[in-house]
Write a protein that binds this ligand. Structure first.
Ligand code: NCD
Length: 300
C-alpha cells in the first residue's frame, strides 16, 4: 500500500478528488475493473445491521479482487472479554488487514477505530453523525440524472435529525452547487440539524412543484426512544403518496437511501414510478465504493 488515507467524513475529500473518483467509477462501469486490491486484506466491521452498505462494500472489494473478511462483532473478544475498540483495531492491523470498513451506532466510534488503526479506515456510518460513501453515491447518481448540480434545488424530506445520510449528502450536494432544502416537522428538523445554508420548510405540499430532485428519508425509530409525532399526522404531512407524486415534475428524480418503509414515508406506487431511482443508487454505490477504495489504497 502506498498511502494510508482514510475517509471518516465527506470533508476529508476535495472536490477534485471526488471528480477523479467519479471518473474512475464510470470507467469501472464500462470495462472490467482492475485487480487493484489483489493481495489486500479488507476487514468489514459492522456493529449495526446493514444490507446495502455492507454487501456493497463486499462487492466493491471483490470487484477489485481484494481479500474480504467479514468480522462479526458478536463473535469478537470485545463482545464479552473486555477488549476495547482501539485494541481491536491494533489487532486487526497486526493480523494483516489494510482496509477497515466500519459502521457503529455511536457517533465518533469509527474515528476512534481509525486513530488506532494504521491503515485505511472507511466510515460506513457512525450514529447520526456521518455516512460519507452514501453522500458520494447520492451525488454521483444525481449528477448522472440532472447533468449539472449547480443551481439544482434538492429537497430532503422526513427525519433529517437522525439521518447521517442527510448530514453527509446535504453538505456534498451544496459543495457541488446545489440548493438544498430540508422538509420535515420541528421534531425531526431544527435549525441545528442542518448546515446554515439549508432552507427549512415545514410544508411538503408547498415545495412539490418547485424542486429538481427529492430525497425521501426513513423515520429512524431505532435512533430515538419514542416517536415524537403521531404516525398519522406524520403520514398526512410528509408521506410521498399518489397525490403528491402527481404534483412533482414529470422527470423529477426521487431518491431514497433505503431501507424504505411502505405506508410510512412512501406508498407502494412510488416503487413502480419511472422517477424512482433507488436501484441506480444501490448499483452506483458499488462502483463509487470500488473507486474510493482504489484511490485510498493507491493514491490519486
Ligand atoms: C441508511 C443508514 O443506515 O444510515 N441506510 C444506508 O446506509 N443506505 C439510512 C437509514 O437507515 O435510514
Amino acid at each position: 500500500m502506498t498511502t494510508t488515507r482514510s475517509l471518516l467524513d465527506i470533508d476529508d475529500l476535495t472536490n477534485e478528488e471526488i471528480d477523479a473518483l467519479f471518473t474512475r467509477a464510470r470507467e469501472f462501469a464500462r470495462r472490467p475493473a482492475p485487480r487493484s486490491l489483489e493481495g489486500v486484506f479488507c476487514g468489514n466491521l459492522f456493529f449495526e445491521q446493514s444490507t446495502r452498505t455492507h454487501v456493497s462494500f463486499q462487492c466493491a472489494q471483490m470487484l477489485l479482487s481484494g481479500n474480504v473478511i467479514n468480522l462479526t462483532p458478536a463473535q469478537l473478544s470485545l463482545a464479552t472479554k473486555g477488549e476495547r475498540l482501539d485494541d481491536t483495531a491494533v489487532t486487526l492491523r497486526a493480523l494483516g488487514i489494510e482496509v477497515l470498513v466500519a459502521r457503529h451506532p455511536r457517533a465518533g466510534a469509527v474515528a476512534e477505530l481509525a486513530a488506532a488503526f494504521d491503515g485505511c479506515t472507511v466510515n460506513a456510518g457512525d450514529g447520526t453523525n456521518a455516512h460519507p460513501t452514501q453522500a458520494l453515491l447520492d451525488t454521483f447518481t444525481l449528477g448522472d440524472i440532472l447533468g449539472d448540480l449547480r443551481g439544482a434545488r434538492i429537497a430532503f424530506v422526513g427525519d433529517i435529525r437522525h439521518s447521517r445520510v442527510a448530514h453527509s449528502s446535504m453538505r456534498l450536494l451544496q459543495r457541488y452547487g446545489a440548493t438544498v432544502v430540508g422538509v420535515g416537522p420541528e421534531c425531526f428538523l431544527a435549525r441545528a440539524d442542518v448546515p446554515p445554508e439549508v432552507e427549512i420548510l415545514r410544508d411538503f405540499d408547498g415545495v412539490l412543484g418547485d424542486i429538481d430532485a427529492l430525497v425521501m428519508l426513513r423515520v429512524q425509530r431505532e435512533r430515538f426512544e419514542s416517536m415524537p409525532i403521531d404516525d398519522g399526522a406524520y403520514i398526512a404531512a410528509y408521506q410521498l403518496d399518489d397525490e403528491r407524486l402527481a404534483r412533482i415534475g414529470a422527470r423529477t428524480p426521487i431518491l431514497h437511501p433505503g431501507p424504505y418503509n411502505r405506508g410510512m414515508e412512501i406508498v407502494e406506487s412510488v416503487l413502480r414510478d419511472a422517477r424512482w431511482h433507488y436501484r441506480d443508487q444501490v448499483s452506483n454505490g458499488v462502483l463509487v465504493r470500488a473507486a474510493l477504495l482504489h484511490h485510498l489504497v493507491h493514491g490519486w
